[in-house]
Design a protein around this ligand. Structure first.
Ligand code: ATP
Ligand code: MG
Length: 420
């Protein structure tokens, strides 16, 4: 048995303040869950959660500003001032020790009850590595061998996998997501339980599935998405999601930029006909759906064969997407050593050099950067309306072919030549 005090974690000022204040009132409190896991791994925790024996009403009475975040599940958000929290986060979720009641729907416990036992609270958590608590004086509380599993890089449920996944099917996706984020192996019995219980994922909301899928894809090991297919969970992510495997799971590049749209686009790039539908079914935000679909589309287009064609592409898709597209394509081709692959890699490098030049020279490829506007056309007698829009687009196309002509006089004479 490890000495729980042998390991010290640096806890944010705000977390320590909350724990001390709750304790002064006669209760227990600990940092818990993902933050303890990440701190032990030397990763920056996304958020710090606190677990306490104090009931929510007590927590609320101890702090000036609180929000009833999930009061029926015992969660109160405590808001601290800058003086109290220092540089770091100022909002922390404080949840009362709880035992989850019966899960009837494979998603949520029917009811929760509060308990005075930290051990019971830790038992309701999904994986051993997420079921540890930390206190500045008492050290790590690790009833389910989370530290051992961290050392062995192992994802294991607290208790029997089948039971835990039957309670809440999302945990199956969380397991795969943690394996991708941490480069951990999932225990064989967990994988078997995933295979056996895959259908239950169909009971989980698409929004919750999407959160896990995005975290998985944006991790250093997005290729672990293959576990969704080998367990059959993929059939319940969205309709048509399993088609991805039928086309051959594409390379997913753990070293590509970890932008949501880019990672989703990489996954869907061989499935352009279903990409948008899948993204919409996952109820991702509109911007992400549009960008990821456009990214997929870029993969199916003919290569831009001149700087003019590239400017047109920039005009349509914007700089971010086009730049990301070529940078990602360069990464995809980096390790391809056959002759066609090398030739494609050279082609991509050439596009990247064109892109750089276009930016350096400030070439115009949007109407907003065009040296003439609607009012300039009005001044030469063009009437407002669709025809004016058409002329501006023609002027833009002319400038994309002749970048040095983005000049008011030159463009007005171009437009005049068009209307005469
Ligand atoms: P992240 O790094 O994404 O924040 P996390 O492990 O902290 O990962 P959260 O969703 O923030 O995940 O949840 C905090 C903690 O609550 C988890 O570490 C785990 O102990 C518990 N938990 C979260 N979701 C579940 C679940 N579906 N079933 C059981 N326990 C859960
Ligand atoms: Mg967390």
């Amino acid at each position: 048995m490890k000495d729980p005090k042998a390991i010290q974690i640096t806890v944010p000022k705000g977390v320590e303040l909350i724990i001390r204040q709750i304790e002064q009132a006669g209760y227990e409190a600990y940092a818990v869950g993902g933050c303890v896991r990440d701190a032990l791994l030397g990763r920056e925790p996304e958020d710090w959660d606190i677990t306490t024996s104090a009931k929510p009403e007590v927590v609320k009475s101890l702090f000036l500003r609180t929000i009833d975040t999930g009061i029926e599940h015992g969660t109160v958000t405590v808001l601290l001032s800058v003086q109290e929290a220092g540089e770091g986060d100022r909002a922390f979720e404080v949840t009362t020790y709880r035992v989850d009641g019966i899960y009837e729907d494979g998603r949520h416990p029917k009811a929760v009850s509060f308990t005075g036992s930290l051990e019971e609270d830790l038992a309701r958590r999904d994986f051993t590595i997420n079921a540890m608590a930390y206190h500045m004086d008492r050290g790590i509380i690790d009833c389910y061998h989370g530290q051992e599993d961290l050392e062995n890089k192992r994802i294991r449920t607290v208790g029997r996998a089948e039971e835990r996944f039957t309670e809440d099917a999302l945990r199956m996706m969380r397991g795969i997501r943690f394996s991708a984020q941490l480069d951990f192996q999932i225990e064989a019995d967990c994988l078997q339980a995933m295979l056996a219980l895959r259908e239950n994922l169909g009971k989980v909301s698409k929004e919750r599935i999407a959160v896990e899928l995005v975290k998985l894809l944006c991790s250093p090991h997005p290729e672990r998405v293959k576990l969704l297919f080998s367990t059959g969970l993929s059939d319940f992510v969205t309709q048509h999601f399993s088609e991805i495997e039928k086309r051959g799971i594409p390379s997913l590049l753990g070293n590509a930029k970890d932008k949501k749209y880019l990672r989703l686009g990489l996954l869907l790039r061989h499935l352009p006909e279903y990409a948008k539908e899948i993204l919409e079914e996952l109820k991702l935000d509109r911007e992400c759906i549009d960008q990821a679909s456009a990214f997929v589309e870029l993969f199916s287009l003919e290569e831009a064969d001149s700087p003019y064609a590239l400017r047109k592409r920039l005009s349509h898709y914007g700089l971010e997407l086009v730049q990301d597209f070529y940078e990602t394509k360069a990464l995809l081709l980096e390790n391809v050593s056959n002759t066609p692959g090398k030739a494609m890699s050279e082609q991509v490098k050439l596009r990247l050099s064109w892109l750089q030049k276009i930016q350096q020279e400030g070439d115009c490829y949007t109407l907003s950067d065009l040296a003439i506007k609607g009012k300039d056309l009005l001044s030469i007698g063009v009437k407002a309306g669709p025809a004016m829009g058409e002329l501006l687009h023609q002027a833009l196309d002319y400038v994309m072919q002749n970048p040095s002509e983005n000049d008011r006089e030159a463009l007005l004479s171009f437009v005049k030549s068009r209307i005469c």
